[in-house]
Write a protein that binds this ligand. Structure first.
Ligand code: CP
Ligand code: NVA
Length: 303
């Protein structure tokens, strides 16, 4: 595995290996020990969009492993693919650093970086997918549900980048996922077919959030307005009415259901404050696992 761009491109064995490494490194770091396997290595971090979790957890993960992260604001380099072609950026950066991670609007920006870079490229979110998030989510599910295989996820909301990566992870790792969305915001048919081509019937869609959560181990949601969709905010908020993860919806789920959200959360829209702050919510353990997964990913790809 040279790059980490899309969960669908990885084998189940590679994904399980990354999860095992995440758990081992998590234990090691919790015990106060360190693994300096990336001493002397550098990671360029390119961001076209804002980030709290991804940016800080990657910086900490890289530093934890003895390496140096270099954060690059798009304006510092004249944008991604604007001042110079992406293929030139990829080849120049490959002469300086040991790895590149990028958060971009277009998914083709990260695939083009990977095509031309001779060092590993990591997808830190694109409009199409968010694989690091989904893998941290699976680690969290393993810890809180006690198993991955057979775990049932009800994703309530937008069939977006986060939903897509989780669908690919579900198919690869034996989870069952139902995506409940209003008309026009469903996870696309092609992605569902990609997932179910790996494991039949692992992912399905519905328009009924209550039916979706009825036997779920996990109820998962994400913003209705992803980065770059700010102009559609009013329309989206109206279209998603009835899809808030609130106490009424959670009452339709099993009592021990866990609530997940990739964050940032917009309380009063896709999730109520009451549910976000409830005992069922594991969203901060989930956020923490971004660090543990990415440490493992950096170790595997860069060392
Ligand atoms: N969940 C997530 O990727 O958060 P950031 O946008 O803050 O990185
Ligand atoms: N779907 C959201 C995820 C944020 C982490 C977005 O793309 O903005």
């Amino acid at each position: 595995m040279k790059d980490f761009l899309c969960i669908h491109d990885c084998s189940a064995e590679q994904l399980r290996d990354l999860l095992d490494e995440s758990s081992s490194l998590k234990k090691l770091y919790k015990s106060g020990q360190r693994d300096l396997c990336l001493a002397g290595k550098t990671l360029a971090m390119l961001f076209e969009k804002p980030s709290l979790r991804t940016r800080i957890s990657f910086q900490v993960a890289m530093t934890d492993l003895g390496g140096s992260p270099i954060y690059v604001k798009p304006e510092d380099i004249g944008g991604i693919g604007k001042r110079e072609p992406i293929k030139d950026m990829a080849r120049v950066l490959s002469r300086y650093v040991d790895g590149i991670m990028a958060r971009t609007f277009e998914h083709s920006s990260v695939t083009e970086l990977a095509q031309f870079a001779t060092v590993p490229v990591i997808n830190a979110l694109t409009d199409w997918s968010h694989p690091c998030q989904a893998m941290a989510d699976v680690l969290t599910i393993a810890e809180h549900v006690g198993r991955i295989e057979g775990a049932k996820i009800a994703f309530v909301g937008d069939g977006n980048n986060v939903a897509r990566s989780l669908a690919f992870a579900s198919a690869k790792l034996g989870m069952k996922m139902v995506v409940a969305s209003p008309p026009g915001y469903e996870l696309d048919t092609e992605s569902i077919e990609m997932a179910n081509g790996v494991t039949p019937d692992s992912v399905r869609r519905t328009g009924d959030p209550k039916a979706a959560v009825s036997d779920a181990n996990i109820v998962y949601t994400d913003t209705w307005v992803s980065m770059g969709q700010e102009d559609e905010k009013q329309k989206r908020r109206a279209d998603f009415a009835g899809f808030e993860v609130n106490a009424e919806l959670v009452a339709a789920a099993p009592a021990d259901v866990k609530i997940m959200h990739c964050l940032p959360a917009y309380r009063g829209f896709e999730i109520s404050d009451e549910v976000a702050e409830s005992e069922n919510s594991i969203m901060f353990d989930q956020a923490e696992n971004r660090l543990h997964f990415q440490r493992a990913l950096l170790k595997k790809l860069l060392s």
